[in-house]
Design a protein around this ligand. Structure first.
Ligand SMILES: [Mg+2]
Length: 281
């Protein structure tokens, strides 16, 4: 494949070999064509090569474009209404919600990492063995955290080990002091179906706390305090975090999160597909 921007003969020929196959008519040299025919053939190849490069670059730009959720200034009445309700806690899962990671080259079957390098690599000691984790950040996670931290007290609750979850949280936080309150595997309850998360261990007031988690098992004891999100396995076009922002913007005004979340449960993510994702993970 033409990985080089070079317009040299090799790059162009390499491009056509990859696109059309080595034995395709386009890749064969037209030794018997007239000079005029060879000129047009070369010109066509150059044009196709430029189109290919442009399309590739355009796709990269689209996938990494900056997207913003405009936050309008709050009027006096709106601000008073917000003061009349409690400041809420937003609990966030890590794996397949904010990030996706593999360790020491083990890639899950449904992962779509492609050739993209990880956003960061963590080297941690687990049971005295050094393990490298290759971590991909879900698209828009930085902006998501920056935005929701203005609306909620943000808490991390992961079923992963503390040494890993803490390192991932540090990287996502990036010194912004957003993810300072953290709960790990030792704070979960191990049940036959997996690790479940007890939200009451974070706050006894269940009217003002809810969790965003890709795993329904994690919040099975608090289904009216959960906002489902699809499991993320490195799809670069994913916008799930951005899509939640208007809803989260509104949720801070409600008196009891359960009145809304009990109505929205399983709308965003069908339980069946989410459980299937978990089984495949
Ligand atoms: Mg998860």
């Amino acid at each position: 494949m033409a990985a080089s921007i070079s317009l040299g003969t090799f790059a162009v020929e390499d491009f056509f070999s990859a696109r059309n196959g080595k034995n395709s008519p386009m890749s064969r040299t037209t030794n018997h064509a007239s000079p005029f025919g060879r000129f047009w053939s070369a010109l066509f190849k150059m044009w196709s090569f430029f189109v290919y490069i442009f399309h590739k670059q355009y796709k990269t730009i689209v996938e990494h474009q900056t997207v913003r959720y405009p936050i309008s200034p709050m009027g006096c009445i709106t601000a008073q209404r917000l003061l009349a309700v409690k400041h809420k806690i937003l609990v966030l899962d890590l794996d397949e919600t904010l990030i996706h990671s593999t360790h020491d080259g083990v890639i899950r079957p449904n992962a779509r990492t492609g050739n993209r390098p990880p956003d960061f690599v963590l080297k941690v000691l687990i049971e005295r063995h050094p393990v490298s984790f290759f971590v991909h950040k879900r698209p828009h996670v930085e902006f998501f955290l920056q935005t929701v931290s203005q609306w909620y007290e943000v808490v991390v609750f992961t079923a992963s080990m503390e040494i890993y979850g803490s390192a991932v949280s540090d990287k996502l936080d990036g010194g912004r002091n957003i993810l300072m309150r953290r709960y790990f595997r030792q704070h979960c309850t191990q049940e036959a179906v997996g690790y479940t998360k007890d939200l009451s261990s974070i706050s006894a007031d269940l009217s003002s706390i809810f969790i965003i988690d890709n795993s329904p098992i994690a919040y099975k004891g608090y289904v009216h305090n959960a906002l489902p999100i699809s499991s993320w396995y490195c799809d670069p076009k994913d916008t799930a975090l951005l899509d939640l922002l208007p809803f989260l913007d509104s949720m801070r005004f409600v008196r009891d999160v359960r009145t809304v979340l009990s109505r929205h449960r399983n709308i965003n993510v069908p339980l069946k597909s989410t459980v299937k994702n978990i089984e495949n993970s």
